[in-house]
Design a protein around this ligand. Sequence first.
Ligand SMILES: NCc1[nH]cc(CCC(=O)O)c1CC(=O)O
Length: 309
Amino acid sequence: MQMKPYRIGTRGSPLALAQASETRARLMVAHDLPEEAFEIVVLSTKGDRITDRPLSEIGGKGLFTEELEEQLSDGRLDLAVHSTKDMPTALPEGLGLVAFLEREDVRDAFIGRTAQRLADLPLNAVVGSSSLRRQALIRRLRPDLSVITFRGQVETRLRKLEEGQVDATLLAHAGLKRLGNTEVITELLDPESFPPAPGQGAICIEARTDDARVAGLLAPINHADTQSALACERAFLAALDGSCRTPIAGLARVSGDRISFSGMILTPDGSVWHQVKAEGLASDAAALGRAAGDEARAKAGPGFFESWD
Ligand SMILES: NCc1[nH]cc(CCC(=O)O)c1CC(=O)O
C-alpha cells in the first residue's frame, strides 16, 4: 500500500535545510523507510524576509516559526524542524516540541580576521554580532571593543567579515559544523566565560501534541538527555520571561540521572551580570530551570529588567 509521505516543514536557509535533511536521514534509518516517505516543504518566514533590522527591534514572538506553525496546526505539515535556540518558550495551542536530536557542540565559535582569539583583538577593534547575548558577553570581557549589529545568513556574515567590515564575528559551532564550514573558526569559546544561548546546538522537532502517528514516528530519534537539558534551559528562559531584549545565557548538562545547570543574565552593555548554578535530578529538569530563573530574577532585583527599555 502506498502511504502519503510525511510532510516536513523547514525554513529555506542553508542551515535550516541541512537540519531538515539530517532529521529525514535519521527517520529513514530508524524506520527503514525510503527517502520518498518524506517530503521536505520549504517555507519563508517573516524573520527570513526582514533582513535589514536587528531581530530585537522587529520584535514579536515566533518571527521564524509563524508560517510553519500555521501549517502544522491545520495539518498541511506533519512536523517542523527548528533550531531550538530560535524557538519561543510559549508555543501555539496544540503544538509541542515533541523530539530533540542529540545535541551538537554547544560552544560559540570566534572567527577572527585581525586576531585569532577574542582576547588578542587589538584595542577598539570591531566585532559584528546580532545576538544581544553575544554582544553583552563580548562587552563584559572586552569593554573597549565596538560591537556592531550584523544580520543575515551565516554565509552573508562571513562575506561581510572577509570584506573587512569587521575584525571578527561569532557564530554557533554547531551551525558551522552542519554547514561543513568549520575551517573559518579561529577559536572555540569556553562555555564558562562565554556561555551559550539556551537551546544552542540542538535541533528540535515540533508537531501536533495529539498526533499519535507522528509521536510514534519521532520517538526513536528523540535523545532523552538532550530533551532533559533543553527542558531545563527553556524553563530558565520562561521564568525570566526571556524576551529578545534580554541577554540570557544558559546551559544544562546531563550525566547519568543528574543534571547541572549554569545560567547568566546581563545588561546589554555587559557591565552588570548575575550568574546562577543549580544541580539535581534529571527527572526534575524543568523545575530546576524554573527555580534557577526565579533565583536569577531575585538576584538581579526589580530594576534590572527595566534598566534599558
Ligand atoms: N539565530 C540563528 C541561529 N539559530 C541557530 C543557529 C546555529 C545552530 C544552533 O545553535 O543550533 C544560528 C546561527 C548562529 O547562532 O550562529
